[in-house]
Design a protein around this ligand. Sequence first.
Ligand code: COS
Length: 379
Amino acid sequence: MDFSLTEEQKLIQQAAKDFAQTELLPEVIERDDAQRFPEEEVKKLGELGFLGMMVDPKYGGSGLDTLSYVLAMEELSKIDASTSVIMSVNNSLVCWGLEKFGTEEQKEKYLTKIATGEILGAFCLSEPEAGSDATSQRTTAIDQGDHYILNGTKNWITNGSSASVYIVIAQTDKEKKHRGINALIVEKGAEGFEIGPKENKLGIRGSDTHSLIFNDVKVPKSNRIGEDGFGFKFAMKTLAGGRIGIAAQALGIAAGAYELALKYSKERKAFGTEISNHQAIAFKLADMHTDIQAARLLVYQAARDKDNGTNYDLSGAMAKLYASKVAMETTVEAVQIHGGNGFVKDYHVERLMRDAKITQIYEGTSEIQKIVISRSILQ
Ligand code: COS
């Protein structure tokens, strides 16, 4: 496996690193505290082409590969996982699905604006009673000839209030179970579409997470993505790629916490020497470094699989499962290395620890990844 980066990939990585340092770092603690959406920062991300990284330039995207996207996600997530999830959802859950399965009309109308960051997109699958058990959709999209009537509630939607376009998964024909599900494009402001209150979260507090309520919302049939009944497969295929983005986010969170812990351990003194000279700390750093590199290889491999046209259901699930575990473990150890300072906000690691947890939950919990992995190896 050769993961040597091209000049272009190195440039993207550096651009993301610079952006994170100059644009995200200065107010990241305040945004987390106040649960403030990074509006200006996201606008700039769009201008730099980070919101439609893999989209064909003819639809306003940057035309880059998945590995470039992963490199950018990693760098941004080292500093600000709230901003990186906004970017991840826009790229992998909205742009990718629209470009791959949308009609030309849908691409021209929606993708071109979402890929440039002029507007944001959201992906709406989870419900109060259908998160992991995604086939049990209670939201209904009843066929009325030339349109659908959408009713139901979606939960924990990233970009919930900041998006302008929502891809909503809903059940059209209950008898057909998952084969009766559709994916519909719903515009903000549609009559009967209400944005619920913002969630008060443990981590990624700068991203806006909302429930969404649909009350007899009329959606034209031209806004359905794919054939009738394609919605569940659409969601699964889209999430398979989304998981690579979240794996990269987890990797970045882990790497960010490790870098802070490494630096701190060389500055902080205890028992007459820098704490990095104590084996108790040095061994923690050795474990963190090894785990992060192993996670990085899995994440890059999944990205490569996607770029090479190889099936990435398995590699993406393994990358997410492992990188999110490493993110959780590494951030806990980074707080430990910082001691009392790790427990206060100024040192950033407590935030990274809070942010890490969601990577084991969203876009398929770790338990769901194990279902995907075990089914794949046992088939
Ligand atoms: N790509 C394409 N199709 C897929 C797929 C994939 N990665 N995974 C499943 N499918 C298809 C199957 O082929 C099957 O279709 P057919 O019956 O036409 O062959 C259909 O989807 C249903 O699959 P399955 O029977 O495996 O469904 P299960 O109910 O057993 O659930 C899991 C499968 C658990 C993998 C799925 O429900 C899942 O991923 N859940 C987690 C959802 C999630 O990530 N939620 C977070 C919300 S977004 S933040």
